[in-house]
Ligand binder design. Structure first.
Ligand code: SF4
Ligand code: SF4
Length: 90
């Protein structure tokens, strides 16, 4: 399940550099997550970095973008060919 950023976002920018998939960018009203690039941090971290660093809890799981761990791992492999996913993250 990809993450999305809710209207609670105060556009502090803290999450952008934390995303190893470069899925986060500044939108018009708030920061946004590209669901095609979000792996829920599968392959990198055990939990979602954007949600961890956000001071207002704006990044949340998006039920409209539901994916299994296997699908998220496949997405990681497509985004990072040749990169070995970190054990324990998938
Ligand atoms: S959950 Fe991870 S991969 Fe997805 S947007 Fe947040 S930091 Fe990036
Ligand atoms: S860390 Fe939270 S408040 Fe800051 S830009 Fe990201 S989602 Fe918005």
């Amino acid at each position: 399940m990809a993450y999305k950023i809710t209207d609670d976002c105060i556009s502090c920018g803290a999450c952008e550099s934390e995303c190893k998939n470069e899925a986060i960018s500044e939108g018009e009203a708030a920061y946004v997550i590209d669901a095609d690039k979000c792996t829920e941090c599968v392959g990198w971290f055990e939990s979602a970095r954007c949600a961890e660093v956000c001071p207002v809890g704006a990044p949340v799981q998006d039920p409209d973008n539901s994916e299994s761990k296997e699908q998220l791992l496949e997405k990681f492999k497509k985004l990072h060919p040749g990169e070995t996913p970190v054990e324990g993250t998938y």
